[in-house]
Design a protein around this ligand. Sequence first.
Ligand code: ADP
Ligand code: MG
Length: 225
Amino acid sequence: TRISSIQAERLNVLSDLSASVSHEIRNPLTVTNGFLQLLKKSQTITTEEKSFIEYALLELNRAENIVSDFLAFAKPQSENMILYNLKDEMEYVKNIITPYANMHQVDVQHSFKNTLIFKYDKNQIQQCLINLYKNAIEAMRDKGGVLSIDVSEQKKSIVIKIQDNGVGMTREDVLRLGSPYYSTKKEGTGLGMLMVYSTINKVNGKIHVESEVGVGTTFTISIPV
Ligand code: ADP
Ligand code: MG
């Protein structure tokens, strides 16, 4: 079951806390990762010791995933609703996600208008897009594919279409999207879609999901402006 407005309210409360925690935790994680990478290159450690480092790096990676999926709850929505050009966010997020896409043989295709100006919370929109793109790429990681993103203005809303030709989902899977901790991935947190649903919910937006197993998935998000 997807989040109700009461749950969304609770998530708002949670946001203040997770904001500071996420930001504060990210730096030490990055530093620790750097030192472990250095240690791994040492000529004097045993194979067994090296495997300990590998485990530590994997666990660090897991912690980083949790932090980035949570970072979204960063700031309370209302204070941060400012007029921006969505085009800038689209470019920014595309740059962030491209190395990850390349790593998985995923080609990112982008199409949007030059100006898409409306009021939104920059951090939350960015995090939302990152979560959706990440999922799309992860759905294609076995055989590569195309992540296609299309943004348009329709009547009184902005419509963001995110399409992949990855593993796809059954109807039951689609219904479970946005439930806390629902994940089918070994390293998953099941927080990404919860963030997406709660954020879009807060701005009275709508999420439409079309998916077919083995064919791919299309998320269509419309945000009233
Ligand atoms: P996580 O990515 O950590 O598993 P999410 O909340 O981001 O958690 O996603 C929950 C689940 O929804 C994923 O584990 C996956 O099974 C499914 N999912 C989300 N997006 C897609 C997609 N584009 N294609 C296929 N499955 C998806
Ligand atoms: Mg995810």
